[in-house]
Ligand binder design. Sequence first.
Ligand SMILES: [Zn+2]
Length: 245
Amino acid sequence: MNYSRCDIVVRYLRAGTIHGFRRADDVESRESRMNVVQEQIVPAKTGHVLEVAKGQHLRLTDLEGKQVVDMAVFNRQNLRDRISTSYSRTRQPPQPGEGFRGFERLVEGHLLLSTALTPLMTIVKETAEPKGIHDTYHRMCNRSFYESFGHPPRDGCFETISALMEPYGMLPEELPDPLNVFMNLEHDSANHRWVVREPVTRSGDYIEFRAEIGCLVALSNCPDDVISACNGYHCTPVKLEVLAP
Ligand SMILES: [Zn+2]
C-alpha cells in the first residue's frame, strides 16, 4: 500500500508522536492521570517549603480568592542557582527569526529561569482571568516595610521565607526576588508609579508549574492586610499540591 506524505504524518500523529512532537490531547490525558503525591493547606500568613522532582507538577490553589503567594524557586542541586524574575521576563527562548522578547507578564508556556538561566519550571496552567496577573517586579514585604507605615513589628514574606531557608544554610540576604503569584501590580505610566490592585483570582483558581529539574520551592502566603490591596485586605489560606505522572 502506498501512503502519501500527508497520510504518513497522520499515521504518526495517530500513533502519538512525530519527531518528539506530542499531541496536545495526549499531553492533557497523561496529565489528567497525574496523582496527587502531596497536599498541604498553607494557612493565612504562614509559609511552606517543599521539594518538587523533575517532571512533577506544583499546583497552587487560591481557596477563597484574592490571595498572593510569594514563591522562591531554587535548583535543588545548587541552591545558589535560583529564580531570576528579570531573566524570566526577558530571556524566554526565542522562536526562529524572532527578535528580542521582553514580557511584562508571564503566562502559560513561559519558563521560570534562574540567575544562571537554568530552566527551573514551566507555567503549564492557570485558571484566573485575565491570565498572567503575577508580579515579577517587586521583592517581598518585610518588617521594615510594615514599620515604615507605622505598624507594630510583624513578619513579612521576607522573614517567612528566610526562616524556611535557614535549615538549608541560606542567609536572608541571599534570597532571590520571588515570583509573586496572583499579585496584581499595575504600572501607572502617566505618573511613573506602580499600583497594587486586588488580585483577580476567585475561589478555586489555581496556577500549575512543571518542574524542569529538581527544585526546592519556598512559599510565603503573603500577610499584608493593612498596607495595600495586595490580598484584598483579608489574608486567607491556599492549597499546594504536588502531582506526579
Ligand atoms: Zn508579602
